[in-house]
Design a binder for this molecule. Structure first.
Ligand SMILES: Cc1cc2nc3c(=O)[nH]c(=O)nc-3n(C[C@H](O)[C@H](O)[C@H](O)COP(=O)(O)OP(=O)(O)OC[C@H]3O[C@@H](n4cnc5c(N)ncnc54)[C@H](O)[C@@H]3O)c2cc1C
Ligand code: SF4
Length: 447
């Protein structure tokens, strides 16, 4: 997306929302079903611990501004999360009504309330009295915005450095518009800007500005750079026209800059949320046949079950235990992709890994191949800083502090197996944790 790219109200099949918003009548009916549980399990299950019964009760008394404040207080990107959180695994999955009735539609209610605040452009928070301390945040995605919002409310002067023209990270550029429209994310950005946070865009740290210079110029730093691009498949044929990086494709679609055609048949490699978003985008771009090929099985795929079901409804086909061998082409364009069938074997640690079955090659004729096999790590600029990383993941303690005492980190850049999940709501919570730790760190330094 460039700064002039259309954002917001483009209503076409690409941008039309998947889920209908709840009506006022439904919202009141749903809110009145809530039992307002003491020690509410839904609140515990939310990584940002939104006081769910409190925000729902305020709906019943028609105090929607107060309700929005409860949500956004706990989660600075609560409007985006209302649309993209896997609520069935979080708050709604924990609702006590799960057992004998239907859980409260918490996500829909959260969307109802945050839409109210956004439609009226309510300002929900104000900055704290100035502390005289300056904090730099590298990356303006959910983690960076969350940390910035909290730090500004503590009274610190905050500058966010963001390489893209707009802030919001994957909420603005990565999650498909029919699940998360750009203007939702940009409203959250404006909420943070209104607190006096400086936003320096179009600046890539490590390239346009030196990381060590930032560390020396500020009292504390938050690394919130997320993850990087989709890695290569490392098979022949990746240079052909018609081979896409899923994130680059979604970014073009989301910004309205995609003008071409993907053809009649597209193959997507991978089975995480990125693969699902790329496949469903292709469907909405008018590709009649879209198929996902994955080297493991449905059981191991990382896409949320709701996203998997959505993709099936959109007509996406799924093929398991298939390893890409080479992309085939003619005249510089993709014409097909060759796979090997796979079976599971144990690696040296006894973990199941897919291995190719010799002689099982098969070719799928196709017009396009979309790589969606996760994201690489962004750590080049850390190399001369001495900040500890492990397999590309920035190492932090429970306060979000890195091996450099002045530098903290949050969000996808600290995501590792067994350490929370790469989700918007987790990034928001980690941003809050980093901000609270920095506030303590700066207060102790003062004292
Ligand atoms: C296609 C897709 C679909 C997803 N769907 C969902 C979903 O449905 N629900 C859900 O909860 N999560 C989803 N996720 C995951 C979610 O988007 C991430 O977990 C979340 O955005 C992480 O936030 P973050 O702030 O850590 O990183 P990001 O959102 O990646 O933000 C990092 C920011 O840092 C900037 N940056 C990076 N390097 C530099 C640099 N050197 N200098 C300056 N700026 C820099 C980037 O431009 C970016 O704006 C999805 C992810 C993808 C890719
Ligand atoms: S667990 Fe369900 S019923 Fe209880 S407070 Fe939460 S949403 Fe309401």
């Amino acid at each position: 997306m460039n700064a002039d790219a259309p954002v917001g109200d483009e209503i076409d099949s690409l941008h039309r929302m998947v889920y209908r918003p709840i009506s006022q009548f439904e919202a009141l009916q749903e809110a009145n079903r809530c039992l307002y549980c003491y020690d509410a399990p839904c609140t515990k299950a939310c990584p940002t611990h939104i006081d769910v019964p409190a925000f729902i009760r305020k709906i019943t008394t028609k105090n929607l501004q107060g309700s929005a404040r409860v949500i956004m207080e706990a989660n600075p990107v609560g409007a985006s999360c209302a649309r993209v959180c896997p609520t069935e695994q979080l708050c709604e999955g924990a609702c006590v009504l799960q057992k004998n009735a239907v859980p409260i539609r918490i996500g829909d209610l959260q969307r109802y309330v945050t839409d109210f605040a956004r439609d009226r452009d309510l300002t929900l928070f104000s900055p704290g009295p100035s502390s005289g301390k300056r904090v730099a945040i590298l990356g303006g995605g959910p983690a960076g915005l969350s940390a910035a919002r909290e730090l500004a409310r503590f009274g610190h002067t905050v500058t966010i450095y963001e390489q893209k023209p707009h802030l919001g990270g994957l909420d603005t550029y990565g999650i498909v518009p029919f699940r998360l429209p750009v203007d939702i994310s940009l409203w959250e950005v404006e909420q943070v800007r209104k607190l006096g946070v400086e936003m320096v865009t179009g600046v890539r740290v490590g390239q346009d500005v030196d990381f060590n210079h930032i560390v020396n110029s500020f009292d504390a730093v938050v690394l919130a750079v997320g993850m990087g691009t989709v890695p290569k498949l490392n098979i022949p044929g990746e240079e052909l026209e018609g081979v896409w990086d899923a994130l680059a494709l979604i970014e073009q679609v989301k910004s309205g800059l995609f003008k071409g055609s993907l053809g009649e048949h597209v193959v997507v490699i991978g089975a995480g949320n990125t693969a699902i978003d790329a496949a469903t985008s292709a469907c909405r771009l008018g590709v009649p046949e879209v198929e996902i090929y994955y080297r493991r099985t449905q059981r191991e795929m990382t896409a949320y079950p709701s996203e998997f079901n959505f993709a099936k409804q959109e007509g996406v086909g799924f093929h398991w235990l298939s390893l890409p061998k080479q992309i085939l082409g003619q005249g510089g364009r993709v014409t097909g992709i060759e796979f090997l069938k796979a079976r599971f074997a144990e690696d040296n640690n006894g973990r199941p890994v897919p291995v190719p079955i010799l002689g099982s090659e098969f070719v799928v004729p196709t017009d396009g191949v979309i790589r969606a096999i996760g994201q690489s790590r962004v750590t080049e600029f850390l190399q001369s800083s001495g900040i500890k990383t492990e397999h590309g993941v920035i190492s932090v303690n429970s306060n979000g502090q890195t091996s450099h005492p002045k530098v903290f980190a949050a969000g996808d850049c600290i995501f590792a197996k067994g350490h929370s999940e790469a989700m918007v709501v987790e990034a928001a919570q980690q941003g809050k944790i980093a901000a609270a730790s920095i506030h303590r760190f700066l207060s102790e330094k003062n004292g």
